[in-house]
Design a protein around this ligand. Structure first.
Ligand SMILES: [Zn+2]
Length: 494
């Protein structure tokens, strides 16, 4: 039978680990350094030696509260630590310090833009835990263990299963990256493994009025947004197909299972059926005191939260009349959004500045593998370029050329425009000369523009381009267009 006879509803929740931007580990003073010599950033505490005592990193806790507050979570005034026991070579203590029944925060939500709408995803809980080390399998003969990462502070964010598609899952993860970098909670650098994703996916299938639920699959350890989208998309389809092939493939019969994502083949592969919480023998960590949050401390932390990305995006849409997509792009990087607003404050022209950010500034930033802010051009010059373009002193083509020069010099846009002869010509007589010249040199295009309906549009565009070329980009394209239309009308009238 085909899927057309079925009603299918994907049900997706996410578990996300975010590495906090602290200098040191969660329970000891070892520095967090990516790429350091293996096992060089360790001490008796994070190595789990007998008799040592962990001490909580207060900054990690504060960053965690900041993130949870921005996710609209309730912050518990009393929270404790628990041991999650399991045996694995990268976990020297044989337990991980985490939070089980009393996480520091719960019951929040996160509004995520998906296309033109906003999806609200409820947050079940946010808690803190320490990371394990890393097993290295580079040499096929042996497995080596690097414990530098052991004890790294991680925020674990668990959503309710409110997500209904791969696109929504993707949007949630990318928007979360934006949020945590805005808050300064995490660098959220994907290459350094600062964010890891584990989607839980199943499908509710309705046939003849009966609802069947496929087993809940947790896809382990995804480390890119692309793999999140790929894994969710693949799982939805696979689960429907497997259920169609075998109607006993249900949550009731099979329970939950873990699968891994094969990035090369773009499929998920079965790993094992999933353990329940009791397998970990959680119990309260006796070496750490519970954390009690005073109202004063909480108020101080909450006062410190900046305007959030989605709010800022909405404000820029309203104030500067940017499109949602353009505003999202600019707001995507906090320093770039700050620069954008500083350029407007310095007298920039909002809409034009938005266009210039999205067109050539973004392109140059991508070429140089940085953000627009990373290009290092000050707000005053960016503002001036947009103002000169908006008031017609230079045209858009000239603006792009001036921008090129701005990348390698500290000259003002006006100085560059004068030096390079890019001030727009307003002299209609001069423009008429260029138009006549272009018509004389391109008889075929003129003929098409006058009498070939199929080629009319393109021929007219071609002639405009020729005039702009003759003027070395200095003609006002609007006036040129008017002169061309007038001349074509005269020719058509014979
Ligand atoms: Zn240590």
């Amino acid at each position: 039978m085909s899927t057309r006879d079925l009603e299918t509803k994907p049900v997706i929740g996410l578990e996300i680990h975010v590495q906090l931007a602290t200098r040191t580990k969660l329970f000891c003073g070892c520095p967090l350094e990516f790429g350091a010599e293996p096992n060089s950033r360790v001490c008796p505490v994070c190595l789990g030696m007998p008799g040592v005592l962990p001490v909580m990193n207060r900054t990690a806790f504060e960053l965690a509260v900041r993130a949870a507050t921005a996710l609209h979570c309730d912050i518990a005034r009393f929270t404790k630590w628990d041991r999650k026991s399991y045996y694995y070579p990268d976990l020297p203590k044989n337990y991980q310090i985490s939070q089980y029944d009393l996480p520091f925060s719960s019951d929040g939500y996160f509004d995520v833009p998906v296309g033109e709408t906003t999806k609200r995803v409820r947050i079940l809980r946010v808690h803190l835990e320490e990371d394990a080390g890393k097993n290295l399998h580079d040499n096929p003969a042996v497995t080596l263990v690097d414990l530098n990462r052991t004890g790294t502070p991680l925020l674990e964010i668990v959503t309710q299963p409110d997500i209904e598609s791969a696109d929504e899952a993707y949007a949630f993860c990318t928007e979360l990256q934006k949020l945590v970098t805005y808050l300064g909670v995490s660098e959220a650098n994907m290459q350094m493994g600062h964010m890891r994703f584990e989607p839980n996916i199943n499908v509710h299938i309705t046939r003849d009025g009966v609802v069947y639920k496929t087993p809940i699959v947790e896809v382990k350890n995804l480390n890119s947004f692309r793999s999140v989208r790929g894994a969710v998309m693949y799982e939805i389809e696979r689960q429907i197909q497997d259920w169609l092939a075998d109607p006993t493939y249900t949550l009731e019969n099979r329970g939950k299972e873990n699968r891994g994502w094969n990035d090369t083949r773009e499929i998920t592969e079965f790993q094992r059926s999933k353990e329940e919480a009791h397998d970990y023998r959680y119990f309260p960590e006796p070496d750490l005191v519970p954390v009690e949050i005073s109202e004063a401390w909480l108020a101080e932390l909450q006062a410190d939260i900046p305007e959030l990305p989605l709010d800022r995006q909405q404000r820029l849409q309203d104030e500067v009349e940017l499109s949602a997509a353009d505003a999202a792009t600019i707001v995507g990087d906090r320093a770039t959004a700050d620069l954008f607003e500083a350029a407007i404050a310095a007298g920039g022209h909002g809409i034009t500045l938005g266009k210039q950010f999205i067109s050539f500034w973004l392109r140059r930033a991508k070429e140089r593998n940085t953000s627009i802010a990373g290009l290092g051009i000050d707000a005053e010059r960016l503002g001036e370029l947009s103002r000169l373009t908006a008031d017609g002193t230079i045209n858009a083509t000239a603006a792009a050329r001036i921008a090129e020069h701005m990348l390698d010099s500290a000259d003002t846009p006006m100085a560059i425009a004068q030096r390079e002869g890019l001030i727009q010509v307003k002299d209609v007589g001069q423009m008429q000369v260029w138009v006549d010249e272009a018509f004389a040199a391109n008889a075929k295009a003129v003929q098409d523009a006058v009498s070939n309906p199929k080629k009319q549009q393109r021929a007219r565009g071609f002639l405009t381009g020729q005039v702009m070329k003759l003027s070395a980009g200095q003609a006002d394209p609007k006036i040129v267009g008017e002169l061309i239309d007038k001349k074509l009308a005269e020719l058509a009238a014979g």
